[in-house]
Design a protein around this ligand. Structure first.
Ligand code: ADP
Length: 405
């Protein structure tokens, strides 16, 4: 089977998916897996197309010391037990910096350039790059492609791209990048099929998961994002603050004596829904809790989503549609209803029955702003990009036509 391996590597886990390529160039997901507990209790789990278990096995801690080792073990499992050797590997890489506005075929020069961006995303970039480096060393002829969370936002207008700080800082990379770009790109590319009448219009997409952001899209292009220099900005998230006055960070360091590393840890891991509620970072757990602070954290989340929707509508100079996606956006009837209620002034009117059954379109027939649920698929986007770059390289041997299955 011709296959593309998609890799999403984090600090203690590596998620992977295998997409099979049919004779017409269509990609179909065959395997979804992850190796987690790296450094504590490594465990490989993988399922097939129907959710059937293909692997669920533990490894001794010393046999999988880090993420690159975990990926090599998963790749060996694919090769030895499923006879699967991928044509290419597509990686999710959080930061493409100012220069990468599209996916890139990886070589040593690309890795070196991406390593220089580590200071811009210290919590993610090193973990994304480590398995790339080890595959490059072990399988130098295996094509690898880096797909960036920032790339979809790279043609933002200068006005959107700048902070009000001296330009030299902008020139060295302190810019409003925006993230979750692979999710937004997937949705922008899906809209012509799902809702052709709004695909060229002004659309706000709310990617509401553990990480959460919103994107203003016009004519299929990103024009504004709630996230900026880092993935801390914008909406409150599971454990991240979202937008906060930089004065608070100064206060943490001067009055509370936090070091930069402690402040970073606090802002990324102890805030958001978790910090505000004191109950959980998980929206479902908050919804099931009777603690009043859990309810307050949800109220706050809904309020901030609506507030940022107003900002993005201003960036778009109007609004033609609103899209929900990711864990909360795709699954929570209640959160969608509450956000929509706060957007009634914009012309949103939700149909409760359609919302309750998670219909693709959940607004009333007469709603001035139609509202959609579009399940995101960042991994398919990565697989498609990887295949496209592979096709460009070997145009004769692989079908040209690349379509989502
Ligand atoms: P990420 O990919 O950023 O880790 P997801 O997109 O998987 O996150 O979203 C995870 C979030 O979605 C969690 O807060 C989880 O509670 C929430 N979620 C998933 N299903 C539901 C549901 N049915 N109702 C409410 N929240 C849900």
């Amino acid at each position: 089977m011709d296959a593309i391996l998609v890799v999403n590597a984090g600090s203690s886990s590596v998620k992977f998916q295998v997409f099979a390529l049919d004779g017409e160039g269509r990609l179909r997901r065959e395997i979804k897996g992850q190796m987690d507990g790296i450094g504590s209790r490594p465990r490989l789990r993988a399922t097939g197309t129907t959710g059937d278990t293909l692997a669920d096995r533990a490894y001794p801690i010393e046999s999988i010391p880090d993420v690159p080792a975990a990926l090599l073990v998963a790749a060996a499992w694919l090769r030895d037990e499923l006879q699967l050797s991928p044509l290419a590997v597509g990686h999710r890489v959080v930061h493409g910096g100012p220069d990468y506005d599209r996916p890139v075929l990886i070589d040593h020069g690309v890795v070196a350039r991406l390593e220089r961006l580590t200071t811009l995303a210290p919590l993610h970039q090193p973990h994304n790059l480590a398995p790339i480096r080890s595959l490059l060393a072990k399988f130098p002829s295996l094509p690898q492609v880096a797909c960036f969370d920032t790339a979809f936002h790279r043609d933002h207008d200068e006005l959107a791209d700048h902070y009000a700080i001296p330009r030299r800082l902008h020139d060295e990379g302190v810019r409003r990048y925006g993230f979750h770009g692979l999710s937004y790109e997937y949705i922008a590319k899906s809209l012509p099929n799902i809702a052709p009448e709004i695909a060229q219009g002004r659309v706000i997409v709310a990617h509401l998961g553990s990480g959460a952001s919103m994107c203003a899209i016009h004519g299929g292009r990103s024009v504004e994002s709630t996230m900026g220099f880092t993935a801390l900005d914008g909406l409150p998230m599971g454990t991240r603050t979202g937008q906060i006055d930089p004065g608070v960070v100064l206060y943490l360091m001067s009055a509370k004596g936090m070091s930069p590393a402690e402040a970073q840890d606090f802002l990324y891991r102890d805030c958001g829904l978790k910090g505000l509620s004191g109950v959980s970072n998980d929206m479902r757990e908050l919804q099931n809790s009777s603690d009043p602070w859990a309810a307050f954290a949800i109220d706050h989340f809904v309020y901030r989503v609506a507030l940022h929707a107003g900002m993005l509508a201003a960036a778009l100079q109007g609004l033609d549609a609103f899209v929900f996606t990711a864990g909360i956006g795709e699954n929570s009837v209640g959160i969608r209803a509450r956000i929509a209620e706060r957007l009634e002034w914009l012309g949103v009117s939700l149909d409760p029955a359609e919302n309750a059954r998670h219909a693709p379109r959940i607004s009333r027939a007469g709603s001035r702003i139609p509202v959609y649920i579009v399940p995101t698929n960042e991994e398919l986007m990565i697989a498609q990009h990887t295949l496209s770059l592979l096709c460009d390289r070997h145009s004769s041997s692989i079908p040209k036509q690349v379509r989502a299955s």
